[in-house]
Design a protein around this ligand. Structure first.
Ligand code: PBG
Length: 338
């Protein structure tokens, strides 16, 4: 799109519209609100809060703490919470079997949160990595991540989450074909109102480091044979953008209601292209490493914390995101005057 001809300086002085707060707010093109935020949260099986060392200000919450947080989200005008589990090592195995347990941590947390604050949407990650002893999102055989058997396990996990009351299933595993399989299974189970937000363009990223600390999925093996050391055979190459569009197109065709780009800030170009190309609700995930970077700099006094938080979240909205999944949600909502 080319701009209409502009009056030349000095007839046009762009600084005129920047001279005071009132005029800046009148001409502002995008406005961030708490309704743009999905609160990313980690729950654990025990009591009390356990701080996550690499994410200052974030703690693993007990189910009781998560319930209190849901009530707080409602008060703050945060529409939804994305929960991630920290599972005891003793419950993990190579197949992530505990993901299928209807009495597991996530189903229990979802039920309790929906009971206490039914107006707040709950989103669950569909992936095996919190439950596998090797930390991968899928099943492994001979050093390879198996696509189709993994999908079967994901469908079982997702139905357990949906039966517990989860509103949005968010497959983050990056197996091919999983969105279609989830949609078919939901229809078959009479759960047609459950939404799917696919991690459609999810990149193999260094910025997930603190998350693995938070959920205790540890370091991946050094592979490549029994235990591949990275997720590059299923998560996308960070160099690719055309492929991101293919991933999104497929997930929409398979029945995704909303799509996500992840990580967020290093991939704003993808967020913008996806939202402009598909005109579907497009979300960005400001991941653990982005949180950690901002907190590390502000903790050292190198950045102004409140401004850095709001500027980073505003960038997603400007790029075309319908909303952002972020660990800053409660802090940002308070800053926004909620
Ligand atoms: C796992 C999953 C990851 C995140 C969300 N779901 C990590 C990964 O793929 O290795 C990252 C979240 C974050 O870094 O905040 N399926």
């Amino acid at each position: 799109m080319s701009l209409p001809p502009l009056a030349p300086y000095p007839a046009l002085r762009l600084r005129r519209l920047r001279q005071a707060d009132w005029i800046r707010s009148l001409v502002r093109e995008t406005v961030l609100t708490p309704a743009d935020l999905i609160w990313s949260m980690v729950v654990h099986e025990g009591e009390g809060e356990i701080p996550v060392a690499s994410m200052p200000g974030v703690s693993r919450l007990s189910v009781k703490g998560a319930v209190a947080a849901a009530v707080e989200a409602r008060k703050l005008g945060i529409p939804a919470i994305a929960i991630f589990p920290h599972i005891d090592g003793a419950r993990k195995d190579a197949r992530g079997s505990h993901a299928a347990d209807p009495d597991g941590l996530i189903p229990r947390a979802v039920k309790a949160m929906k009971d206490a604050a039914p107006e707040v949407g709950i989103m669950c990650d569909v992936a095996l990595d919190p439950f596998t002893d090797h930390g991968h999102d899928g099943l492994i055989e001979n050093g390879r991540i198996l696509n189709d058997p993994t999908i079967e396990a994901l469908v079982t996990q997702a139905l357990v989450q949906a039966e517990a009351g989860c509103d949005i299933l968010a497959p983050s595993d990056m197996m091919d074909g999983r969105v279609g399989a989830l949609r078919t299974a939901l229809e078959g189970a009479g759960l047609q109102d459950v939404m799917i937000m696919s991690y459609a363009a999810k990149f193999a990223s260094a910025f997930y480091g603190p998350y693995r600390d938070a959920i205790g999925s540890g370091k991946l093996g050094s592979g490549p044979i029994e235990n591949p050391g990275d997720k590059k055979t299923y998560q996308m190459d960070s160099a690719n953008t055309e492929e991101a569009l293919r991933e999104v197109a497929l997930d929409i065709a398979e029945g995704a209601d909303m799509v996500m780009v992840k990580p967020g800030m290093p991939y704003l170009d993808i967020v913008q292209r996806v939202s402009e190309t598909f005109r579907m609700p497009t979300f960005a995930f400001q991941v653990s490493g982005e949180y950690a970077m901002i907190k590390a700099a502000t903790g050292n006094g190198w950045l102004d914390e409140n401004r850095a938080i709001l500027e980073s979240l505003g960038a997603f909205k400007r790029a075309g995101a319908a909303g952002t999944i972020t660990y800053f949600a409660p802090v940002a909502a308070r800053l926004l005057g909620a």
